[in-house]
Design a protein around this ligand. Structure first.
Ligand code: GAL
Length: 667
């Protein structure tokens, strides 16, 4: 199968043509007069751009009326880019159908849960279930692949863009029923799985089943869970249909679709298996003091979805986005820091949305690599600097793998089931909890990977489960086998509560898991209010607490003090299995995990690193990143050379604000 390596190391071993990191961005030249294109290419060359993504939103340009094909402009662009040695990631334009489609085929438009149509005039207004949409999408994909499959500029296929459209309309109702029939076979089985005995919801005919539309009161959570699973599967069907078309034409060209990280609509574990290379769009908030940790987390997650190998940043922003309430620019150095950080976490391709900032349309205030300030602008100067440095390190960095001894478990099914109406606290937010645990590892300079609960975990010394509310039997058995095989496991609260149908397990937590973790009885959950803190002796817990009775032999490492839970365990240890029934404040969670990691034989990347300085190894290279706005000095044992500056580093490394060093040990 083709992969990212084919693009970054196509001349492996040939010193005259070193391997390279892909660098570039979405290029939407159809927004500009053609006279601008030569200037674009000139500046791309100046910035070291070697890859651009074309066509993401070009459907109306290519097919202005049904069946028409206007490829001339794209022919000229492909030729122009090729003539300048810039590769093209060619997108199928199917995320934004032209207006004629909605006018001629209103059923291609999705509807929200309240029955409102999502009209054209924005983007991503397609029903995944509409045969008309799928027909037109297949036809345009077929013609693109036939026309450009043999073009020398083509390097990669980019299918659609950030698949994310839910549909509660009639087209979806039809395919939802089909999906359910396949899953359950009989209505009896569906009624059992959904627990429809509750509130008189028993279904007597498949036609009675609808997507979970606007309703008087809380919806059936098992119904909603299946709708989320179904939506991910339907979108995946759309992806596969286009992927198979382009693969038929060009089996040697890798195919991807760009993920939104931590997006609820796609089970990215499943999706990643269907891609030749995994790509993601990452937009940390420059004002977030832990933006660097977010960037690290998404890097760790995407690398893990890519099986531990290289992955691609399909989009990031050179400056501000324009979809937050208040949108901040990146201070000088931050774009470079986060870019090289992604490389440190395994990215071999680093691209932006978008090359040239728009002057019109909804994203005219969203930054580009080439902003409104043009080539003299500070942002473009930094982009050039990044391009230059990536070219410098491409040969040594590409293809190198990041090693992690710790895995953080995450599963979309669990998130979907756990964050619904009717739970005890809507302050419990799955991505935030995962982030808190990852942050604790990141702050203790411990490299983490992500894994699915059914993955083989035997390579990890420590497995961390921030919260897996839903765990099927395979997942539970896998965790038991992992600990039995010598692994150390830490589980956060609300883990193993429900089975795959969102049915609460006996005793409120799976009995096998309770036995493993040393919990005899889980009497009650005691959620905490916003700002409320539970005294746990040496630290405070937030968000959640629990009234539980430990099993004989389990050790209460920390206990609640005062209140209803006085004296009951907050943190429980049963051999190599740990249970944390609250969310310790950040410093405490970090200290707890550091202690457990040490016992499990996990070492920080470097000892004695100051807070906010990150170290990570990629292959033999050591990346050191300063997330501070001030200069720092770091002790690095041994003798190294910094690939970026060529300087020798003898025990002491000075890093400027947002500074980065990529160190190698001399041969
Ligand atoms: C992404 C999208 C891009 C652009 C970008 C702005 O979600 O794929 O087309 O809209 O966000 O941040």
């Amino acid at each position: 199968m083709p992969g990212l390596d084919d693009l970054t190391r196509p001349h492996d071993g040939r010193p005259d043509r070193p391997a390279r990191i892909l660098f570039g961005g979405d290029y939407n030249p159809e927004q500009w007069p053609e006279e601008t294109w030569p200037e674009d290419v000139r500046l791309m060359k100046e910035a070291g751009v070697n890859s651009v993504t074309l066509g993401v939103f070009s459907w109306a340009r290519i097919e202005p009326r049904p069946g028409a094909r206007e490829f001339g402009w794209l022919d000229r662009l492909m030729d122009l880019l090729h003539a300048h040695g810039i590769g093209v990631v060619l997108a199928t334009p199917t995320s934004s159908p032209p207006p004629w489609m909605g006018r001629l085929h209103p059923e291609t438009l999705p509807r929200d849960a309240d029955g409102r149509t999502e009209w054209w005039g924005s983007r991503q207004h397609f029903s995944h279930s509409s045969p008309a949409y799928r027909r037109y999408a297949a036809a345009v994909t077929e013609d693109l692949a036939a026309r450009y499959g043999g073009h020398p500029a083509l390097t990669m296929w980019h299918i659609n863009n950030e698949y994310c459209t839910f549909d509660w309309g009639d087209e979806a109702a039809r395919t939802f029923r089909g999906w359910l029939q396949e899953r359950y076979g009989t209505l009896d089985a569906l009624n059992t799985a959904w627990g429809t005995a509750f509130w008189s919801q028993g279904y007597d005919s498949w036609d009675e089943i609808l997507p979970p539309r606007h309703a008087h009161y809380m919806k059936n959570p098992a119904h909603v869970l299946d709708f989320r699973r179904y939506t991910s599967d339907m979108l995946l069907e759309c992806y596969r249909a286009e992927r198979d078309i382009v693969r038929r034409h060009t089996p040697h060209i890798p195919v991807t679709t760009n993920f939104m990280p931590f997006w609820t609509g796609q089970d990215a574990w499943t999706w990643a298996r269907e891609e030749d290379l995994v790509s993601v769009d990452i937009y940390p908030d420059p004002k977030d003091p832990y933006g660097g940790q977010y960037n690290a987390m998404i890097g760790d997650m995407t690398r893990s979805q890519a099986g531990g190998g290289p992955w691609m940043v399909m989009e990031q922003a050179a400056g501000p986005v324009n979809w937050r309430g208040v949108n901040h620019p990146k201070p000088y150095g931050l774009n470079r820091l986060w870019s090289l950080q992604s490389v440190a976490h395994g990215a071999d391709a680093l691209c932006y949305f978008q090359w040239r900032q728009s002057r019109q349309g909804a994203e005219k205030f969203h930054s580009g690599m080439l902003g409104h300030a043009g080539e003299k602008g500070r942002v473009f100067r930094e982009v050039k600097e990044i391009g230059r440095e990536l070219a410098l390190v491409g040969e040594q960095v590409t293809g190198q793998r990041v090693r992690a001894d710790v895995a953080v478990l995450h599963d979309w099914n669990s998130w979907w089931a756990g964050d619904q109406d009717g739970r005890l606290s809507d302050l419990v937010d799955h991505p935030e909890i995962v982030r808190a645990w990852h942050r604790a590892l990141w702050e203790s300079h411990t490299t983490a990977a992500f894994a699915h609960p059914a993955h083989d975990l035997s390579a990890y010394r420590l497995v961390v489960v921030p919260r897996l509310y839903l765990l099927d039997d395979t997942g539970i058995e896998n965790l038991l086998a992992y600990v039995r095989g010598g692994g150390t496991l830490v589980c956060g609260f609300l883990t193993g509560v429900a089975d795959e149908d969102d049915r609460v397990r006996p005793g409120g937590m799976d009995p096998r898991l309770r036995e493993l973790l040393g919990i005899d009885v889980l009497h009650e959950w005691w959620p905490l209010d916003a700002g409320e803190r539970a005294d746990c002796g040496d630290f405070h817990g937030t968000l959640w607490s629990e009234e539980l009775a430990p099993a004989p032999g389990a050790e209460a490492v920390a206990a609640y003090r005062g209140g209803e839970l006085d004296g009951l365990p907050a943190v429980l240890r049963n051999g190599r299995a740990w249970y944390v029934s609250t969310l310790p404040e950040p410093g405490a969670l970090r200290a707890l995990l550091a202690r457990i990691a040490q016992d499990a034989g996990v070492r920080p990347v470097l000892d004695g690193l100051p807070d906010g300085v990150e170290a990570i190894r990629r292959g033999e290279l050591l990346f050191v990143l300063n997330h501070h706005r001030d200069e720092v000095t770091v002790k690095i044992p041994g003798h190294h050379r910094d690939l970026l500056t060529g300087a020798d580093v003898d025990g002491t490394l000075h890093l400027a604000r947002y500074g980065v060093a990529i160190l190698e040990e001399p041969a």
